[in-house]
Design a protein around this ligand. Structure first.
Ligand code: NAD
Ligand code: NAG
Length: 435
C-alpha cells in the first residue's frame, strides 16, 4: 500500500509534452481542477485528450524506466513482431484473435489464460502501473508467458503503438479490461481515472474504428454506475445518472462514449458491469484481499456499517464466473459494421450485469475468512464513509442469463476457500506477506 502513497497528485495531462508552449497551460494555472465538479472534470479530460494528443503520452504511474523501455523498443523490430504474431496465433477452428488490454491485471490474466486454453490467439497489453504491487502483475505476466501469451508493455493512450499492433495482427475482438480501478483512490489521484478510463478508452476506440476489419469490443464497466440508485436488485434499465465516485463517473462516461462509437462508426460494443470480483491472483486493494493479509498479521481490520447500523453487503462474484461471462460475451458479439472508418449499418450495442445475485454482508465475509484462516480477526466497526462506496449491491442477471447463458456457480464460501489456498501458497503463512 505504501507504493500507492507516493504517486503524484498533480493532475496529469495525457500528452503533456507540449504544455509549456500551450496557451492552455496558463489557463490551467488559474483554475484548481480540484474545485471542478465530477462531470466538468470528466468533460475536461476528453477535451484535453483531443488538444494534447501525442504519439506516446506517459502514464501517470509509469516509472521513468518503463517509459524509456517503451520508447526504445522499436515498433519495427522484427523479433518483437514475431513474438506478437506467435502469441496471436489461432490454434482452434473458428478461433478468434483477441487483443486483451489490462492483461497483467486480475481479470485480464484469467480471461487471457482461459482464451488461450481453448485455442484463441491472444496479445496482451498492459502498462504495469504501480497502483498496487507491481511484482504481482509481473508474476501474472510470467504465468501467462508460460502458456504462450505475450503481454506488450505499453499504455492504451499510445495510439502509435495500438496502430502498430493492429497492423501486425488482424484482431477480430478486443477484450478491454485496462482501467484505473478502485473507488477511494479516486480522491488521491483523480487524473489517473481520466487518463485510463476516459482518454485511454477514446484512444482505443479511435484505433478500433479505423482498423480494417473493425474488431468487436467487449469491455469492463462496473456495478458502481448504479451509484445512489437504491432499487434492488440492480437491473440494466435502472438509472445510472447518480455516480457516487469519480471512478463510477468515468465508467458511466465510458458507457456513453461506447454509445457514440457504436452510433457513429458501427463498432460492436458490449459493456459488462462487474459486481465485486474476487479470487486467486486478485487485487490487493480489495477488502477480501487485505482483510486476509491483516488477519494473518494480527492487525486490526475496519468493518464498515451503513446508516442506523445497517448492513454493508456486496454481491461478491467469483472470478471463474466472470471469465465465463466475458467469453460468452466475446462468443455472442456480432461483427462491427463499419469500414474505412465509416459506419455501414447498425451495429450491436449491449450492456450486461455480471454478478452472483446473492449479496453477502461484509461481516459474513470476515466470518468465512476467520474460519478458513483459523485466526480470529481483530475488528473495529466504522461508519461507511460517504466517499464513494455504496452500502449494498445486488445484480439482476436475467438479461445475461438469457443472452449469454451466464449462470454463476460459485458461492462465497467456496470461492474464498480457493482464494485463501492461493494466497497461502503465493505469500506463505503470513511470513512473507502482501504489501
Ligand atoms: N475487480 C472488480 O471487482 C471489478 C469490478 C467492477 C469493474 N471492474 C473493472 O474490470 C476491469 C479489470 O479489473 P481488475 O480487477 O482486473 O483490475 P486490475 O487493476 O487488476 O487490472 C487492470 C490492469 O490494467 C492496467 N492498466 C491500467 N491503466 C492502463 C493504461 N492506461 N494502459 C495500459 N494498461 C493499463 C493495469 O496495470 C492493470 O494491470 C477494470 O476495467 C475494472 O475497472 C473490476
Ligand atoms: C430483472 O431484469 C429483467 C429485465 O432484464 C426484468 O424484466 C425483471 O423484472 C427484473 N427483475 C427484478 C426482480 O427486478
Amino acid at each position: 500500500m505504501s507504493q500507492m502513497k507516493h504517486i503524484d497528485n498533480i493532475p496529469s495531462t495525457p500528452g503533456k509534452f507540449k504544455m509549456e508552449k500551450s496557451p492552455y497551460n496558463r489557463w490551467r494555472l488559474h483554475f484548481s481542477l480540484a474545485k471542478l465538479t465530477f462531470w466538468s472534470f470528466v468533460f475536461l479530460g476528453v477535451i484535453f485528450m483531443f488538444f494534447f494528443r501525442s504519439p506516446s503520452p506517459p502514464s501517470p504511474h509509469s516509472s521513468d524506466l518503463s517509459r524509456r523501455s517503451l520508447r526504445t523498443s522499436s515498433y519495427d523490430d522484427p523479433a518483437w513482431e514475431k513474438r506478437i504474431k506467435a502469441s496471436a496465433k489461432v490454434r482452434s477452428r473458428n478461433g478468434m484473435s483477441v487483443l486483451v488490454t489490462g492483461a497483467a491485471g486480475f481479470v485480464g490474466t484469467h480471461v487471457s489464460s482461459a482464451l488461450k486454453r481453448r485455442g484463441d490467439g491472444i496479445v496482451g497489453l498492459d502498462n504495469f502501473n504501480d497502483y498496487y504491487d507491481q511484482s504481482l502483475k509481473r508474476a501474472r505476466q510470467a504465468l501467462l508467458e508460460r502458456s504462450g501469451v505475450y503481454i506488450v508493455e505499453g499504455d492504451i493512450n499510445d495510439v502509435a503503438l495500438l496502430k502498430k499492433l493492429f497492423d501486425t495482427v488482424q484482431f477480430t475482438h478486443v477484450m478491454h479490461l485496462a482501467a484505473q480501478a478502485g473507488v477511494r483512490y479516486a480522491m488521491e489521484n483523480p487524473s489517473s481515472y481520466v487518463h485510463s478510463n476516459i482518454a485511454g478508452l477514446v484512444s482505443l476506440l479511435e484505433v478500433c474504428k479505423s482498423a480494417n476489419p473493425q474488431p468487436a469490443i467487449v469491455w469492463a464497466s462496473s456495478s458502481s454506475v448504479y451509484g445512489l440508485n437504491s432499487k434492488v436488485p440492480f437491473s440494466e434499465k435502472d438509472r445510472t445518472d447518480q455516480p457516487a465516485s469519480l471512478y463510477a463517473a468515468t465508467k458511466k462516461a465510458g458507457e456513453e462514449i461506447a454509445h457514440t462509437y457504436n452510433h457513429i462508426y458501427g463498432l460492436s460494443l458490449t459493456g459488462l458491469r462487474f459486481f465485486t470480483v474476487y479470487g486467486p491472483w486478485g487485487r490487493p486493494d480489495m477488502a477480501y484481499f487485505f482483510f486476509t493479509r491483516d488477519i494473518l498479521k494480527g492487525k486490526s481490520i475496519q468493518i464498515f456499517e451503513g446508516a442506523n447500523h445497517g448492513t454493508v453487503a456486496r454481491d461478491f462474484t467469483y472470478i471463474d464466473d466472470i471469465v465465463k461471462g466475458c467469453l460468452a460475451s466475446l462468443d455472442t458479439a456480432e461483427k462491427s459494421t463499419g469500414s474505412g472508418g465509416k459506419k455501414k449499418g447498425p451495429a450491436q450495442l449491449r450492456v450486461f450485469n455480471l454478478g452472483n445475485t446473492s449479496p453477502v454482508p461484509v461481516s459474513e465475509l470476515v466470518n468465512i475468512l476467520e474460519r478458513l484462516l483459523k485466526v480470529k480477526a481483530k475488528k473495529t466497526i466504522m461508519k461507511l464513509p460517504r466517499n464513494g462506496d455504496v452500502p449494498y449491491t445486488h445484480a439482476n442477471i436475467s438479461s445475461a442469463q438469457r443472452e449469454l447463458g451466464y449462470k454463476p456457480t460459485t458461492d462465497l464460501q467456496t470461492g474464498l476457500k480457493k482464494f485463501v489456498r492461493w494466497y497461502l501458497s503465493y505469500y506463505g503463512n503470513g511470513k512473507k506477506s502482501a504489501q
